[in-house]
Write a protein that binds this ligand. Sequence first.
Ligand SMILES: Cc1cc2nc3c(=O)[nH]c(=O)nc-3n(C[C@H](O)[C@H](O)[C@H](O)COP(=O)(O)OP(=O)(O)OC[C@H]3O[C@@H](n4cnc5c(N)ncnc54)[C@H](O)[C@@H]3O)c2cc1C
Length: 448
Amino acid sequence: MKTDRVIYSTFSGWVDAPTDVRPAADGDIACRVAVIGGGVGGMSTALRLAQRGQDVVLVEAEFCGYGASSRNAGQLAGAPGGDLQLLNLLSRKKMPGMMRLAEHAAAHVEDFIGKHGIDCDYEATGNAFAAVSRGQMGRVRRVAKIVTRAGGRVEVGTAAELGIPRGFVGGMREVVGGRLNPGRFSLGMRQVLLESTARVFEQTKVTEVVRDGGQVVLTTPGGRVRADHVVLAANAYAGEWGITPKHLSVPIYVIEVETEPIDPTRIAALGWTSGMGLVTQHTIMENYRLTPRGTIVFGVRRLERGIGYPLPDKVPDDALVEELAGAFARRFPSLADVAIERAWGGWIAITSSWLPLAGQLGDNVHYSIACNGHGLAQAPYVGTLIADAIVDGERHEDLQTLWHEKPKFLRPMMMGRAGLRMIWAYDRLLDLVNGSRRNARRGAVRLS
Ligand SMILES: Cc1cc2nc3c(=O)[nH]c(=O)nc-3n(C[C@H](O)[C@H](O)[C@H](O)COP(=O)(O)OP(=O)(O)OC[C@H]3O[C@@H](n4cnc5c(N)ncnc54)[C@H](O)[C@@H]3O)c2cc1C
């Protein structure tokens, strides 16, 4: 693949930043509920609160949609994220609840798009756990059993049966969910929020969150926001404040790249008839998806640990872009001459349990953080449920599924730089072994 003309962006490859960024908060402001962070999680919380007649203020450091929400791969998942075999081993009892939550979350986003007519190219294709080797296909079958036992709807098949590219062995289709343009989805949600009664302050970074009597006070460069309730919805950035529970999550930088437009006949020849987004079964996945502009967006493969706050506005490492290009050429050999045109990345939050979580600190600070790279569907849904819990004083069973009664968290394992490097090396070793086995089989066929 050609990588000599890549445009690196500190924002997203999906959309440009809005031109109508709202003014910063100025002076002292009082409200019933303050939401910090204008990703799809925080925006959904604020919007639901406004719809339910609450006096709500949303405070966002840059502009709503600035974070991971506009930068992701746009795969609206209908199954929980993370390593489902490991989750099943450690939290088997939680699996049916997590499965229900994941499917409800995808349906919630589909309803939201339909109700507000958000123009974000949504297609309900489902998504596939795609196997690049026989070993990965074994894992897919085991995961399919776990998901089915937990009540999820999936189909297992060969690449031809599922309509995924011939370079893959086969996979598991999550029936619920699909693919969308996350930049347009986030900015569409922002527009709906700006038209609501919520007071939205952009360009306003919250530098501290403290209790004061029965209330909570947020410090911003222009003044203070005083609220009865606060929702921390800054995801990977939440560790910036003293109030955030220790080890809540670690910030991880992941990247996506996009090819140049590809001739439709070459795309048709791949056999990707379902149009489903794909995630491989490596410990750290590769993801691939088609776009309506005739390109393929793909990414991740390596996790980069953020050290210290504030998290920097980064561009992807060109060595990782090269590595992704190499992986793409192996998965799509007929497109090995295509160029990568764009690269960007964003910060996600990873929890020690690899499960999304939400909870409360005292009776008036709520947090909804860390969907472990699966938040496109789950963050808006959980945000909405948190808003309802604040208004009604009781929690929906899906919110209860990921609720933490006590804000105590284990230090995430293998999430240091050395640990992440080891996981990456393990994936590459398996790739190497699977590659040699494949070559040996081809050799055997040729000899016979
Ligand atoms: C490259 C990439 C690919 C991904 N692919 C997928 C995918 O295909 N499917 C999927 O389901 N998920 C995916 N994800 C994960 C998904 O994007 C996130 O889980 C989801 O967007 C989280 O939403 P959020 O609202 O919690 O956080 P964010 O969108 O990160 O929002 C947090 C907001 O808080 C603001 N903020 C931070 N600090 C402060 C402060 N001090 N004061 C005020 N505001 C502050 C930020 O500016 C930001 O706008 C991907 C993520 C990335 C980065």
